[in-house]
Design a protein around this ligand. Sequence first.
Ligand code: GA4
Length: 332
Amino acid sequence: MVVASLSPVHGDHIRSLSIPIVDLSGHRGLISELIVKACKESGFFKVINHGVPAAVISQMETIALDFFSLPAVEKQRAGPPNPLGYGSKAIGQNGDSGEVEYLLLHTNPSMSQRTSTISRMNPTKFSCAVNEYVETVQELACEILELLGEGLGLRDGRVFSRLIRDRESDSLLRLNHYPPCCNKEDINNDMDVRSGRIGFGEHSDPQMITLLRSNSVGGLQILSTSSSDGAAWVPVPPDPNTFYIMVGDLLQAMTNGRLVSVRHRALVNSYSSRLSMAYFGAPPLHEWISPLPEMITPQMPRCYKSFTWAEYKKAMYSLRLGHNRLDLFRKD
Ligand code: GA4
């Protein structure tokens, strides 16, 4: 069933805002406080000194570029996305699209058709690069989730990280390639092009946490709702040496709305192509998601129902990209 999007369409009001930077080599207590603050205020921050070796990142980037530079027919052999695999322009099954091509992989090699479909490439080289990247980035995600658990004062500081460390975790890796939008003439003639075409439309990530790394080409924007003069898009400066961290819907539900999942989008507005790699940390499919008891107080009564990740996924695939899907699981 296709349900029409109920989310508001946000205009093109642009605002600049400083994005919190968390130095992971700093004092643990201080870092966890900063992370909690950023996740409460905007659900978005950047980490430096993250410990992911540059070689692991560049190896993954090279392999991704090798894949995207294959002839279209070769890439299409890894598609259409169902939902994993190669896709071009179409996003999900409900009519969303953007100026993007992508490869969506499960982080558990046994769940992915990864190697068999990456036909013309060296499958061993490809899976080694992906596995190494996924293992390292998953470790970073767990570290951040544990810092969050500590910062929130949870009795069990590993309650979040345990879910994505689980062997059956349903985490994903997404490689996005945004081609350059246009040539100079197009830019001179067309206002729409000048203001930037949509590469990937407005949405929040459904999982617990997203770790995003991109090359030095900009395009990511986050929606800021904190100011009294309404919502506005904040362009995020590209920084290939860092990771951007985003709170997903599940973390918002588990913290009873204390942490907020960030709405974001990507534009193609440059002469160069943008490559981004997103790791989405998710629990196993059968896992129940509920607000943690410690997050429920008389001042903050429970605001979400319990649901399994599989139920949430079913809802999300029946809806448009920009839908505020977590609202369907609000307690009335
Ligand atoms: C958004 C976050 C991830 O990229 C993704 C996307 C997924 C897809 O591309 O298949 C979805 C989208 C994302 C949420 C709503 C549904 C599903 C496209 C779409 C329209 C892989 C994910 O997990 O959810």
